[in-house]
Design a protein. Structure first.
Length: 91
């Protein structure tokens, strides 16, 4: 029975990864810097670019903006809690 419970927990983790909601933030300190994270509060975003402002979200399975790879973003969030990206400067 204990083995069955452990197996169920591993399956739950793999299905959770498929349903990750991405939250998009913008740095107030560095205006052309953005970030994706898996939590609405942005608690794991880097301190050196604070304050951060939430600017949007991407539904589970949705396409991220700016033609960025969802797989790369989700891998970075899993590894360190966020993925940074730079916006091009508009003149």
């Amino acid at each position: 029975m204990a083995d069955e419970a452990a197996g169920s927990g591993e399956e739950a983790v793999s299905t959770r990864d498929d349903a990750l909601r991405l939250f998009i933030f913008k740095s107030e300190a560095t205006p052309n810097l953005g970030a994706f994270t898996g939590d609405l509060a942005g608690l794991r975003l880097p301190d050196q670019f604070k304050p951060w402002r939430a600017v949007g979200a991407v539904a589970p399975g949705g396409k991220p903006p700016h033609n960025l790879s969802r797989d790369v973003i989700e891998s970075a969030i899993t590894a360190r809690g966020y993925q940074l990206f730079r916006l091009s400067k508009k003149d």
